[in-house]
Design a protein around this ligand. Sequence first.
Ligand code: ATP
Length: 598
Amino acid sequence: MSGSVPTPCPNAPRGNVTQPSHKKPQNARLLLGVITTVNRGEGEQLRWPRLLAAVGAGVAAELCAVGLMALAAWLITRAAEQPALSALSLAIVGVRACALARGAFRYLERLAGHDAALRAVARLRPEVFRARLGRPALRDGDALSRLVSDVDSVQELLLRCLSPALVALVVATGSVLACTAVVPDAGPVLAGGLLVAAVVLPAFAVLAHRRDRSAADRAELAIAAADLVDGARELAAFGAVPAAVSRAERHAARMRRRDGESARSGAALLAGGVVVQGMTAVAVTWTALLAGQPQTSAAVVGFLALAAFETVLPLTDAARRWSEHVPALRRITELLAEPPISLPPANAEILALHDVSVHYDRPALNNVDLTVEPGRAVAVVGASGAGKSTLLGVMAGLVPPTAGHVERPETRAVTQDAHVFSTTIRDNLLLAAPDATEPELERAVEQAGLLDWIRQQPAGFGTFVGESGQPLSGGQRQRLLLARALLAEPDVLLLDEPTEALEPELADEILTRVLRTRAGRSTVVVTHRLARLAEFDEILVLDAGRIVQRGPHRELVAEPGPFRDLWEAEALTDSVIRPQDDLRRRAAALTGRGVRDR
Ligand SMILES: Nc1ncnc2c1ncn2[C@@H]1O[C@H](COP(=O)(O)OP(=O)(O)OP(=O)(O)O)[C@@H](O)[C@H]1O
C-alpha cells in the first residue's frame, strides 16, 4: 500500500478481517435505537417528553380539525331546520373554538417537534463523527456528504414519518370511536376506509419506491457531471468531451424518465387516496341513512369521515419518505454499533515490538522484534509493499498487531494520509501543542523548512489552508505536517516518507535538521531515498514483512546483501536522473522559477 497507514482487524474493511456480522434489525427498531443513542448521556438532548408533547399537540390539532368539520356539518344541517338561535349557539362557539385551538395546537406541534428533532440531530451528529474517528479516511465526496445528510435523515424520519404516523393512529382511532358513538353501523365502514388509506396505500408507496431506480440514476448523473467538471482538461486533451457529454446526457434522460414514472405513480396513489376518502365518506353517510339515523347525524359522520382522512392520507407520503431515509438510518446504526477505535495509550518508556505480525488477506509483517532506544534514529527501507508503512503504523498504535505485542512511549506519526485541517496554518499547528508560543511555532516550521514560505504569505501564520483555503503543494503540505508533529515534542517521532514530495537537496537538508535537533527523541523514518542514511544510527531493511538486514549504514554498504542491491540500484538511477534534474535546475535559475518542490 503506498504510504497511507493501513488499518487491519478488527476494524478495517479490507484484508483478512472478520467483520462483525450485523443482523439486520427491523426498521422501527433502528429508529428507536438511534433515539436511544441520542437520549444517552448528559447535557442537551432529545427527551421523550418533547417528542410526545409534539405528538400530543399534533393529535389535539387534528382532533380540533375533525371536531370542526363534524360541528360545522351538524350546524349546517341543523340550521336548515331553522331552530332558535340559542339551540345553535353552543355549536357556533364550538366551531370557533376548534378553529382557534387548531391553529394554536398546530403551532405548538411544530415548535415541540422541531425542538425535539433538532436536539436529536445536534446530539447525534457528534456521536456519528466520534464513531468515524480513527476509521479509514473517506476519500469520496459522496460518502463524506452522506455522513452529514444521513444525520439529517433522522430529523426527517422523526418529523415527517414517526410523528405523523403516531398522530394518525390516535386520530383515526378517535374518529372511528366517535363515529361509532353517533352511528354504530358506520364505525366499521369508516375503520375499513381508514385502514386502506393507512396501510394499503402506504404499502404501495413502499413497493413503488423499492422499484424506483431514480436515486441510483441521480448518483450516476452526479458522477458523470463531476467527471465532466473535474476532468475537463484531460477530456479536452484527449478529444473525449463529446463522448463524456453524451454519456452524461444519457444519464440525464434516463433520470428524467424515471422521475416522470415516479411522479406518475405518486400522483396515482394521491388520487387513489382521494377516491378512498370520498367513497368512504359517502358509504358512511349512506350507512347512517340506511340505519334510519336523522340527516344531522348522517352529515356529522360523513364530514367526520372526510376530516379523519386528512390525517391519514399523508401516511402514503410518509411511507415513501421512510423508505427513502431508512438506508441512512441503517448506516448510522451500523456505524454506531461498531466498537469504538481509540489509539492505545503510551505504556512504556522505550518503543519495543515483540514478535509482532500483521495479517491482512496475506501477511504484511512477520514476527518483527525490535527495540528503539531513546534518542536513536532508525531508517526503514525496502521495496514497495515490503511492509514499511505497516511497521510504522504498528509503532504508532494505528495498526493493531494480529500477533505479538507492542510497548510504546508517547509517539507522533506523520503518515502519508495525515490531514491538513481547513483552517489557518497556526490552528493546524496548535492542534499538536495548544499552548505553543509564537517562537515555538517558528522553530517548528523552521526545522520543517517552511518558515520562509509562511513569511512570504500576506497573512503569515494566519493563512487559511486545507479544503477551503490556499491550495498547498505536496511539499508544503508535508512540511506543515512535519512541523505539527515536531511541535508535539513526542518521545518517538515516526515519519512515513516525510519529504518525498521535495527536491532531494531540500529533503536531505530538512531530514538532517530534524535528526540533528532530536536530542533525546527517537526518530523512525520510512524512506525510499538511501542517499543520507549515514546520519541514522540503524537501518532496517524490510522484505516481504520481515527484517532481512539491519545495522548502521557503513556496515550495510560494505557487505553484499539486499541493502547494497537497493543502494546500487539508486546510484544507477541517480546517474541517469540527476543530470536531468541539474539541467532543470539551471533552466529554472535562468527563468527565475523555483523547482524546490517536485
Ligand atoms: N488495509 C490493508 N488491507 C489489505 N492489505 C494491505 C492493507 N494495507 C497494506 N496491505 C498490504 O500489506 C503489504 C504491506 O503494505 P505497506 O503499505 O506496509 O508496504 P510499504 O512497504 O509501505 O509499501 P510502499 O513503499 O509502496 O508504501 C502490501 O502487500 C499491501 O498490499
